[in-house]
Design a protein around this ligand. Structure first.
Ligand code: ADP
Ligand code: MG
Length: 335
């Protein structure tokens, strides 16, 4: 890459809200074959809201796809949802479920955790403070509150602690088909010597897709690029969101552990294809480094921005196209 190209590119791009880092980025951003997007915080706003609180008894009673247990369900509009739980009138078991989950999650900075805590506070619940807290990356959390030890997370977290998630499977799947992130909640049962957990129920958060996400995917595909999604979220949730954005199921790589995101990029590039990775999270940092070009969302974490070659100042997925166009235009002009 020529320093001239970089200078021209930086000037053009600063005006356009696209920041390039390093001398050879403009050169690298040409000849791309695949664009891989992180889901949460990249294709979506990452601005989660608590939408569903379903105690285990309600989940078991309504073993059809359309549960209607008072505030435990919310209307869907076919998009990624923004339909908060009715703020008033939580029933007793709903209140217990939510306050246990939120108390445990008050030890976490994860966006899922913050949405749960906010959801509980908006409903006027008093939260307990965890005396012990453990993050289980890609799975959930384990925390000790005065009421006992709590697990909040996915099916795998439950199974690893001997909790059978099957009583709420139908509810989990319904929520996941809606594109929501559903989480199981279990509380330690006071059972003498052995620690046993009791499944309390399911809570779910929803996120909203960024305005330009769908048209960006379509335009990338129209240019002959392959578009993929990488997420730690459940397969069904990932596919539901992918479907709304025009990303085919085969191109949605879900349930990817944080430490495996970079490996996924390497395997995508293993046949010589060049990938752009677009991400925002701490989890995405190694993948941003592994990709031919890493692009960070401007409001993303510092680690993501440091690991990326390009930063999108406006958090707009459409600026991925702009970044590629600027690279094309600048390089051809200088040559
Ligand atoms: P991503 O940021 O790509 O969505 P993570 O690796 O952070 O993925 O999380 C993957 C999954 O692990 C989540 O979808 C959720 O099921 C579970 N999980 C992670 N953190 C938490 C948390 N604090 N509380 C509950 N579940 C969690
Ligand atoms: Mg993310």
């Amino acid at each position: 890459a020529t320093p001239m190209a970089t200078m021209v590119g930086s000037t053009i791009s600063a005006k356009n809200g696209v920041l390039y880092k390093g001398a050879d980025v403009l050169e690298k951003a040409r000849g791309i074959d695949v664009v891989v997007f992180d889901k949460t915080g990249t294709l979506t706003h990452g601005d989660m809201r608590l939408t569903d609180v379903v105690p285990v008894d309600d989940a078991v009673e309504t073993d059809g796809p359309v549960a209607d247990g008072g505030s435990s369900t919310s209307a869907t509009d076919g998009g990624v949802l923004e339909s908060p739980v009715d703020p008033v009138d939580l029933e007793a078991d709903e209140r217990t479920l939510l306050s246990v989950a939120a108390s445990a999650e008050s030890g976490s900075e994860h966006p899922l955790a913050r949405a749960i805590v906010e959801g509980a506070e908006e409903r006027g619940l008093d939260l307990e403070t965890p005396t012990a807290f453990e993050n289980v990356p890609g799975h959930g959390i384990r925390a000790t509150i005065p009421r006992g030890e709590v697990l909040v997370g996915n099916r795998k977290l439950m199974r690893e602690h001997g909790v059978d998630p099957s009583p709420v499977e139908a509810t989990m799947e319904r929520l996941e088909y809606e594109g929501k992130t559903a989480m199981l909640v279990a509380l330690e049962r006071d059972d003498g010597a052995d620690r046993e957990y009791e499944l309390l129920g399911v809570i779910a958060n929803a996120d909203t897709v960024r305005e330009s996400a769908k048209e960006t995917v379509a335009e990338l595909q129209a240019r002959g690029l392959e578009v993929m999604m990488l997420t730690g979220d459940n397969e069904r949730t990932g596919r539901a969101v992918g479907e709304r954005l025009g990303i085919e199921p085969a191109n949605v790589h879900a349930e990817v552990l944080p430490e495996d995101k970079a490996d996924e990029i390497e395997s995508i590039q293993s046949d010589g294809r060049r990938a752009i990775m677009v991400g925002d999270g701490v989890n995405d940092a190694p993948a941003l480094t592994s990709a031919h070009v890493g692009i960070a969302i401007g409001s993303g974490t510092d680690v993501a921005i440091e690991s990326a070659d390009v930063t999108l100042m406006r958090d707009d997925p459409a600026d991925v196209l702009k970044a590629m166009r600027i690279a094309d235009a600048t390089i051809s002009k200088v040559r």
